[in-house]
Design a protein around this ligand. Structure first.
Ligand code: CTP
Ligand code: MG
Length: 174
């Protein structure tokens, strides 16, 4: 059981790193400041090109590191997987912001547990679509591993936020 938990988290780890790296973003927003027909921003100022790029880079770099540590068959495989999981995380995050804006929630309003799950949903979506095509061998996750990620990711997220709050990096504990 513990092995499966750690395995699932190790698998999705590039998404976590990508998500964290994205917080160093800023500058030009992905939606170029534009508005949707409902009168609200398409994505909002919290989704930027720099954040997206850093997230993808962070994921790819993590994949490389995981191969270096012996987790994957070769570098191309690990880089593709890391890129996919990093890109997927940021894609899921942007998709969630799009939905938040449509629900009238301003940038930064908490929307649990979706704020914490968007990266997992996006990463798995990319893994099961594009990953199936570009990764060989492609291995399906066990349903139990997916459940583990859905349950543990929000908890891990809360934990790391609390640490960064205590260290002074965040203003609120969630
Ligand atoms: N970020 C970024 N570009 C991205 C994703 C995130 O620059 N593509 C940065 C932004 O500074 C953002 C922070 O990471 O504020 C945290 O991301 P998130 O919590 O998803 O954004 P929120 O500000 O809460 O905005 P939203 O309500 O749209 O989720
Ligand atoms: Mg988000």
């Amino acid at each position: 059981m513990l092995e499966e938990i750690l395995g699932a988290i190790w698998f999705i780890f590039p998404s976590y790193v990508g998500n964290a790296a994205a917080t160093l973003g800023g500058g030009r927003p992905l939606d170029f400041g534009r508005y949707f027909p409902d009168g609200r921003r398409i994505l909002g100022d919290g989704k930027t090109f720099r954040g997206f790029g850093l997230g993808v880079l962070g994921g790819t770099f993590t994949g490389a590191l995981q191969h270096y540590l012996g987790s994957y068959p070769n570098y191309p495989y690990a880089l593709k997987l890391g890129l996919l999981l990093g890109f997927g995380a940021l894609f899921g995050d942007a998709l969630e912001s799009f939905l938040k804006r449509r629900l009238g929630k301003e940038r930064g309003t908490p929307f649990p547990p979706f704020d914490q799950l968007d990266l997992v949903v996006g990463a798995l979506l990319l893994y099961y679509t594009l990953g199936r095509k570009i990764l060989s061998p492609f291995t399906k996750l066990e349903i139990s591993s997916v459940l583990i990620l859905v349950v543990l990711t929000p908890l891990i997220h809360l934990g790391t936020n609390f640490v960064s709050y205590k260290l002074g990096g965040k203003d609120v504990w969630w």
